[in-house]
Design a protein around this ligand. Sequence first.
Ligand SMILES: [Zn+2]
Length: 66
Amino acid sequence: MINIKSIFKFWKDRDGKEPIRVSKDPVCGMKSTEGIDFVHEDVTYSFCSDHCRGQFEKDPRAYIAK
Ligand SMILES: [Zn+2]
């Protein structure tokens, strides 16, 4: 049986967290454009273009590790 209290605690903890957002394009290093986002491991990355987002989606770790 699912423990209801633990579920509520989970959501409460989630709400208390500030969302992590990276506003610099991790692919090319340029300033990102609003609305071109990709979420990877609870971090929202923003990109200058769909092209850069596509590159990141293929291999996020290659760009995060830098
Ligand atoms: Zn870019």
